[in-house]
Ligand binder design. Sequence first.
Ligand code: PGA
Length: 252
Amino acid sequence: MRKKLLLGNWKMNLTIAEATKFAQASIPLVEKAKAANVLLGVAPTYLSLATVKQHNPGLIVSAQNIHFENNGAFTGEISVPMLKEIGIHWTLIGHSERRNYFGETNLICNKKMLKALTEGMTVVYCVGESSDDYDHGRTKAVIRDQLLVGLAGMTAEHLQHVVIAYEPVWSIGTGKNASKEHAQDIAIYIRERLEEMFNAESSQKTLILYGGSVKPNNIKDYLSQPDVDGALVGGASLNVTSFEELLTNMLR
Ligand code: PGA
């Protein structure tokens, strides 16, 4: 049985003071999630990682990005050893905003993931098609490339530390939801590709999330799909009341 995962992606939101309040207020949610076999986490900005970890040690605290080198002349970047030093062992990779605004390619995502996995981190690899790709029926071809290139050079052992987040770009922050059937169809498609690339057992063990305008009132629709194991949530994860509603409703 795969566990469920609810992960909030805070993007460039919440100051340290706001993140601290969230961390403190979310302590009871960790127990509730644990009792239901749900992994619960958030991905704050770099500045708030240590604070959130300190105030709510039971919450998974994930970075939103890493650099693939340990150190060097890479102005504005943060490396894996720096994150591990403050107890951060999870990171998102390849979020569509990183791909679209900061030019991250599948190849760059691959380098970052290999680095993170080699260093013992868990990675949430984001994949998903643009609205143009969706309109032209290219969703599966795009995702196939994202998986083939992004996960190249990895072993089945590595895959155990990879979560795949399927996020149609046209659905992120737009309130335009993908149907639950579409989410399930793509989740199965991803599982089939993982089976081809690795093996059936590893594919069945991998957590696959849906993301894109997930709210308390629709999270259950996605989570009721057999191959959708959780959600990556932006806007609705920013306040603790809504985060709690997401958790409560996904368990219903
Ligand atoms: P959203 O963002 O829930 O605000 O659509 C999801 C994401 O970007 O991970």
